[in-house]
Design a protein around this ligand. Sequence first.
Ligand code: SF4
Length: 523
Amino acid sequence: MNGIEKDTQPPLEAERTILHPELAAPPDESPVKNGRRLQHAEGASHPIHPPPEREPQPRGARIRGNHRVDQTEAAERFIASPAHEKMHDERLWDLRGKRDRQMHSIPEWEELRTLASAIKEHTLTHLDQYLEQFEQNARANGVHVHWAKDGEEHNRIVHGVLRDHGAKTLIKSKSMLTEECGFRPYMAAAGIEVIETDLGERIQQLDNEDPSHVVVPAVHKLRGDVAQVFAAHLGTDPMDDDVHHLAEAQRQATRPLILNAQAGMTGCNFAIAETGGITVCTNEGNADLSANVPNLHIASIGIEKVIPRLEHLAVFVRLLSRSALGSPITQYTSHIRGPRAGGEMHMVLVDNGRSARLEQDKFWTSLKCIRCGACMNTCPVYRRSGGLSYGATYSGPIGLIIDPSFNRHKYSALPFSSSLNGSCSNVCPVKINIHEQIAAWRQVMAENHELTLIKKAAMKAAGVLLAHPVLYRAAITSADSALNNLPRFAIYIRLNAWGRHREVPHAPRESFHSWYKRNRSVP
Ligand code: SF4
């Protein structure tokens, strides 16, 4: 075989003279080694490997009306896709590492967290005053202010504004609030074309998926997945997964839509009561386009986004991007106070369950959340199961607290998708006691009979064991001896959820209790 290859090598420069000039190929510039012209692959600077077999993108939780969402089922499918799981885990852990480096570069980091938490708690406990102040100042700035009690009303108000202006196309920047409100489906039904301008969010829109993360909405997708989506919707090459090409394709396809849109929409990171202005933080500048290119700008604002004074913004801006992406600041931190010259601006202040949560002793501080996503990036469950496995607007640790407040039954299993290791609370820039609130939701679910039969039985058995020390010790001893002596098939049964994905650890020869008794107990 090698001999044949050698004989069919393209001729070297010296041999070219024997060819008819009109048939001569352009000079071959591939490298020559030991007098032999190298084949394309051999001459390349990097070895060319066959492309890995494409792994289909695992999809999110199966939603069936008001039925309980089974996060573990969707997580199992995600884990069964090793390329996706590995990339997702590594990418988010990398963000966590960058966040740590930024944190260590700021000596007053903990002071900032304490301040941010205190500002938010103060604002939430005086929310009515600050909202009124914000409204007053926004109106003085020439902004039309609306109030919406829920998502439905928010959508109706926005639709009314668009209808009054005869607007049929709307460009928008990323906003988790509009996801909460089911905004895009509502507008689609009303015949309004909504174009997401954030790259990740646009990918998700084209793929008909929700965002899987509050900051990086398409982080669960491999480059190849995006190439497939763009090939189907933008006509690009499905085999070209070069990130620069993909980003450029999106830019080329979206820019004309932005320039021709009749209205623009943004979310809001902070609403400043003192000025009536809002601040929007992005890394792509797409919020600025959405707010400034069309004449009509609508901002959707959750009522918990208000902060008292402009000077407080400095605290949050220093924390937000460092916690989210491990970068000192977002590329764009835009302050918008009123309509652009000759334009019109509307703000919709949305409750959608927030004031009800404010009344809940155990959960009201979750309203301090600034949606940085740090708790997701650090969570071992989230990193290995993907945000879409939660089947809800919010995923990861903060999602386990927020989602059940929208629908207790549907999201009753979510608070159990946590190891309660507390890492989420440690990284939270506004010091929300996330893992304690998750545990509190478990209690609420148990008290409201929302546990599955298997969980209920397991909890009952655990309750009996833990209430009887003698019984507990006997059970531990026999479980240890069973683990050490039983064959695998008897241990790795269906009921052994732990053993479904990993090896059950070896039982120690001696329990802590008996070691303690032997070594430390007072005679
Ligand atoms: S709960 Fe804290 S860490 Fe999680 S997204 Fe909100 S602010 Fe960030």
